[in-house]
Design a protein around this ligand. Structure first.
Ligand code: SF4
Length: 481
């Protein structure tokens, strides 16, 4: 599926770039990994893989598609061993072919084989590639994963030295947003960026084995207890000694991507101590306080906006109703991204319930507006179904800036709030009124002191490496800035 096709089927909404899952210390490692990845499927549907080990070789299965299409009982049974890591892929940060970036990627080296499951985006990838190329490295893919592998491979003369030292050295060279797992035949290393931009949690099964996941929702399904979040700038080593913690940097912030709370993560996940549903519900309450409106019903755009809509309804006293229903079985195969087919695509995916919205003044709560085209179609659906007024309330601020940390917000030119005022956006989407949540209220929704809101306020927590020299390198390596 190319990006145009993807936009058509997914309603031009934002996309996350992967979920990782790891298991240490149980003979069921690969099976548990399968269930873990299944729970993280919302983070990536383009490909997936699992690598496992019995203590020597690393064996893997991976391929394009959903977890339950790549894996079956027979092939999972071949992934033996007490250690396994896996990944679900949304897309490749570098813009190369999907197939070459499906993970985990297994690397063979004289100092020991290892596999990487990665979620994130490095902002200094182009400079590091040049640095390594100048010293003789060759690259087969455009992925950050291969770049990190090159950074952490050990000097053969240092083969006796523990790999943690080369990992610490490598992580002090990279800049950006990441949460990834490195698996060797003996252990798993779980690493999180020092800005705390990407989530990564540690859990434990009743038999004492350890699990690591991009989101804590995956623990529930395998019967694991949440232990704690991996800290920003921390590397956990998980092996027969148990858990050991190293910090590769004393710089530490908790700039969690606010879109995790707003849109990406599952409502049953807890991220940095805050439940995602609770965050969204509170954002809906604050949205009402900031932007009340007289109406007959409140509805949410399924699925990620339902919690905020419940919050808005609760704070306002306006009844919450199910005015939009999402089809669970929209085919992801046939694609005709013409204008008329896009319209049908939205109707296939979402239906307005005429007997609920007809003759009503509706507050439609949505999580975000990116390009504006999806909101426009949903407002049209509601008005076609007889809604007399549609007041759009967005449970996040207007988004005028792109993301450089692996979230597919496209370029500034495609973001409607980069070009239009709130009134102009309201007119474009056909809403009777439109209001966004303030950045202050967004921060208050999770009771947080820090959070990345750069796509809303332009305050990026890292250097972005956007000089002319970087632009030339991005072009040369065909990787996305
Ligand atoms: S810029 Fe936006 S999407 Fe990107 S990490 Fe920050 S909050 Fe998340």
């Amino acid at each position: 599926m190319n990006s145009e096709e993807r936009k058509y089927m997914d309603g031009e909404r934002l996309h996350e770039e992967c979920g990782v899952f790891g298991v240490y210390g149980t003979p069921e490692a690969a099976n548990l990994c399968y269930y873990g990845l299944h729970s993280l499927q919302h983070r990536g549907q383009e490909g997936c893989g699992i690598v496992s080990t019995e203590g020597e070789e690393l064996n893997y299965i991976k391929g394009p598609g959903l977890v339950n299409t790549v894996f079956n009982e027979q092939n999972l049974a071949t992934l033996k061993g007490n250690i396994a890591v896996g990944q679900v892929l949304y897309t490749n940060a570098g813009g190369g072919k999907i197939g070459e970036n499906i993970q985990p990627i297994v690397f063979h080296h004289g100092t020991g084989d290892f596999a990487i499951s990665y979620n994130g985006k490095l902002v200094n990838a182009a400079r590091l590639r040049k640095h390594l190329e100048d010293r003789g490295s060759l690259f087969l893919t455009s992925s950050d994963c291969e770049l990190i592998a090159n950074l952490i491979k050990k000097d053969a003369a240092q083969a006796h030295v523990d790999r943690i030292h080369s990992i610490i050295e490598a992580l002090n060279m990279v800049e950006g947003a990441f949460a990834f797992l490195i698996m060797t035949p003996k252990r798993i290393y779980a690493c999180r960026d020092k800005h705390g931009l990407k989530p990564l949690s540690l859990g434990r099964l009743s038999d004492g084995s350890w699990v690591v996941s991009s989101e804590s929702c995956a623990f529930e399904v395998i019967g694991a207890d949440f232990v704690r979040d991996v800290e920003p700038g921390e590397i956990l080593s998980i092996d027969h000694h148990g858990i050991r913690s190293n910090h590769f940097s004393s710089f530490k912030h908790h700039h969690m991507c606010s879109m995790e709370y707003i849109y990406f993560a599952r409502p049953d996940s807890d991220i940095d101590g805050c439940n995602v549903h609770t965050f969204r519900k509170e954002s809906g309450k604050l949205l009402y306080k900031e932007s009340p409106v007289e109406a007959d019903i409140v509805i949410g755009v399924p699925d990620s906006s339902l919690s905020a809509a419940i919050g808005y309804a609760e704070a306002s006293g306006i009844p919450y109703e199910m005015g939009l229903v999402k089809s669970k079985y929209v085919a992801r195969t046939f694609i005709q991204p013409s204008q008329s087919m896009r319209e049908k695509g939205v109707r296939m995916k979402l239906s307005a319930v005429r007997s609920i919205v007809g003759g009503k003044r509706v507050v439609m709560v949505d999580d975000s507006i990116v390009r504006g085209t999806t909101s426009k179609r949903i407002v049209r659906l509601l008005k076609d179904a007889g809604a007399t007024e549609v007041h759009v309330r967005i449970a996040s601020p207007a988004m005028p800036k792109p993301c450089y940390y692996g979230v597919d917000t496209s370029t500034e030119e495609e973001l409607i709030s980069a070009k239009k005022s709130v009134e102009e956006v309201a007119e474009y989407i056909g809403a009777d009124s439109l209001a966004f949540l303030s950045t202050k209220a967004l921060m208050a929704s999770g009771n947080r002191k820090e959070m990345c809101m750069a796509c809303f306020d332009g305050k990026y927590p890292t250097d972005l490496y956007q000089t002319d020299e970087d632009a030339t390198l991005y072009k040369r390596y065909q990787i996305k800035a």
